[in-house]
Design a protein around this ligand. Sequence first.
Ligand code: COA
Length: 369
Amino acid sequence: MYHSRISGLGYYLPKKVLTNQDLEKMVDTSDEWIKQRTGIESRHIAGENELPSDMALKSSLQALKKSNLTPEDLDFILVSTVYPDQLMPNTACTLQKKLGISHIPALDISAACSGFVYALSIANQYIQTGTYKNILIVGTETLHHITNYQDRTTCVLFGDGAGTAVVSQNKDPEKGCIYHQELKAYGEMDSALFIPAPGAKYASKTQSIPNQYRKNNTLQNLSLTLEKNNEMTKKPDPRESKKQPNCDTSEKQDTYIHMEGQTVFKKAVKIMCSALEKTLKDTGGSLDQIDWLVPHQANERILKQFCKLTGFPEEKVIFDIKDTGNISSASIPLSMARAIEQGKIKRGQDILMIAMGGGMTSGSVFLKY
Ligand code: COA
C-alpha cells in the first residue's frame, strides 16, 4: 500500500495590488465595511498579459524546488481553474509545455473553489494504486477577468493568485499520508454562484452553422427534436424567473460571477461543520488531533462562525484572506505554503482542509503533512 505525501508547496501572487481604498473609488463601499464583513484589506490582480498558466508555472517551480524534484520527475499534472487560459487546450497542457516536459497526462479540473481539494483527492487515488509517483496539483486563478467592478456585492471579495502542491508516493505513513477525504456536490444550488457565459447554454444553438445549412430540413428536424426533448425533461431553472441571461456572450454582464451572498455564506458554514463532523466520525478522532485547519478563504466571518458552532479553536485556523481576498482554488495551497513559510505548519502535523465553491461543490481532506 502506498501513501500520498505532500512533498512540497509553492505559491505566487501577482505584483499589482487592489486595495479597499481603490475599491472605494469604484463602487459605493468602504474599507470599514469590507474589513468588518469579510476580513479583506487588499487583493492581488494579475498583469495584463499574465495568464493562469504563467502564475501556475511560478508556483509550480517553487513547489518542485521544495520537493527536491524537477519537472521530469512528474507523472501527472492536474490544474484547477475557474477561468482557464483558453477553452482548448486545457491550462494543464499549457503548463506542461511551459515546464518544458511532454507525454505525461495533463488535465484541468472544474470544481470552482473546491478544485484543489478535488485534485488532491484524485491524485491520492493514483498514488495509492501505485500508478504514479509524483503528481503536480495546481490552483491558479485570474478572477479579476470575471469580476464585475460595478457590483459592490462581489467585487470586494475576489483576487488573483496561484498555489501548487507536489503529491508524492510514500511507503511510511508516518512521513505523510491522507487519512480521510470526502468530496461532495450540490447541483441543486447552481443559482447561488455562477458565471453564465461563455458556454453552450447561452450560445445561439446554431451559431457556428452557416446560414444556408440552417434551412436544411435535416438540421431543422434535429433542432425541433432536441427542443421537444428538452421541453419534456426540463426542470424549472430558478435563474430564469429572476434574470433571462442575454444569449449574446459578448454581453459583458454574462461573463461575470453572479452570487447570492447570504445563501453561499450559510451553505459554506454548514459544509464546514458537517465536513469536520464526518472526518472525526470516520477516523474516530477528536478535535485535539487536528493541528491546523487550512480552509478555503472565502470570508473570515465564515471561519469564525464555524469555530463558534463547532468549538474548533480559532488559534488552530489558518486565516489568510487579508491581503489576498478569495482566490478560489488557489486559496488552500497558497495559505498552506505561506503558513509553512511563517513556521506555523510543521512536518508531521495533522492538517484538515475544507473547501466549498460554485456548483456548489465541497471537499475535505485530512492528512499528515
Ligand atoms: N459595501 C457596502 N455595502 C455593501 C457591500 C459593499 N461592498 N456589499 C453589500 N452591501 C450592502 C448590501 O447592499 C446590503 O444593504 P441593504 O441592507 O441596504 O440592502 C447590506 O450591505 C447587507 O448585505 P448582505 O448581503 O446582507 O451582507 P452580508 O453580511 O451577507 O455580506 C457578503 C455580504 C457577500 C460579504 C457575504 O454574504 C459573503 O461573504 N457571502 C459568501 C460569499 C462567498 O464566500 N463566496 C464565494 C464562495 S466560494
